[in-house]
Design a protein around this ligand. Structure first.
Ligand code: SF4
Length: 221
């Protein structure tokens, strides 16, 4: 009998439970650049796909547009990558594009909007920190030595590619962040809320976070 994907997935989970096999647990590369308590809650509650912000959705539309205009130009888009973390856990992600040996991330940003940071593409010295961090993770996961962050100015869509070299030490630190998430998930599974994990960028990161009501309730006890 043919079953839909949802039922096959459910069957797999039940079979895993019966045989005691640990199911694969995924941590997304992008989630490690932000609050790790949020990443742990996201894994524990399975909410990652619901956490897209308006900014991310704009990015998705622009990514699709790039996919259309570059179609057939020997570029692969949304290339899945993964890296084993042990004990059934793995780090996963999708590189925006791969051209030959070069993984590429696309970032779209406005300039001169809030008075912070460079006012134009020309003023930028480096690709944004988080984009470099994530591309470096992909370089290490894929065994590549160099990639590019393409930064697009949302006003007019001018762009500039910034090279990023593979940094193994930075990736080791990044993997340690995955370890914090795994420990946070284990705490949650044991009924302990991981209050010891603090937001990476302070309270401002909590604004707009879907887990804020939960964190506020637990912290106020
Ligand atoms: S509300 Fe703040 S501390 Fe809680 S998960 Fe979100 S970002 Fe992290």
């Amino acid at each position: 009998m043919e079953y839909p994907d949802e039922i096959l997935d459910l069957n797999q989970k039940i079979e895993n439970a019966i045989t005691g096999k640990t199911p694969e647990r995924k941590i997304w590369v992008t989630s490690l650049s932000f609050c790790l308590r949020k990443a742990a809650l996201s894994v524990y509650l399975g909410t990652f796909k619901y956490e897209r912000t308006g900014e991310m959705l704009v990015g998705t539309v622009l990514h699709r547009w790039l996919g259309d205009v570059l179609e057939g130009d020997d570029v692969e888009f949304e290339v899945p990558v993964e890296y084993p973390l042990g004990d059934g856990w793995k780090l996963v992600g999708r590189v925006d594009a791969l051209k030959g040996d070069y993984p590429i991330e696309f970032k779209f940003r406005g300039f001169g909007v809030d008075g912070n940071g460079p006012n134009s593409l020309e003023e930028m010295e480096w690709a944004p920190k988080l984009a470099r961090e994530q591309l470096n993770a992909y370089l290490n996961m894929m065994g590549k030595e160099k990639g590019y962050v393409y930064v697009f100015d949302r006003n007019g869509l001018n762009f500039r590619p910034f090279p990023v070299e593979r940094d193994r030490d930075a990736f080791s630190q990044f993997i340690k962040r995955a370890g914090v998430v795994i420990k946070g998930v284990r705490d949650l599974e044991a009924g302990r809320f991981p209050l010891w994990i603090k937001p990476r960028y302070g309270d401002r990161e909590c604004e707009g976070c879907i887990f804020r009501p939960i964190c506020t309730a637990v912290e106020s006890k």
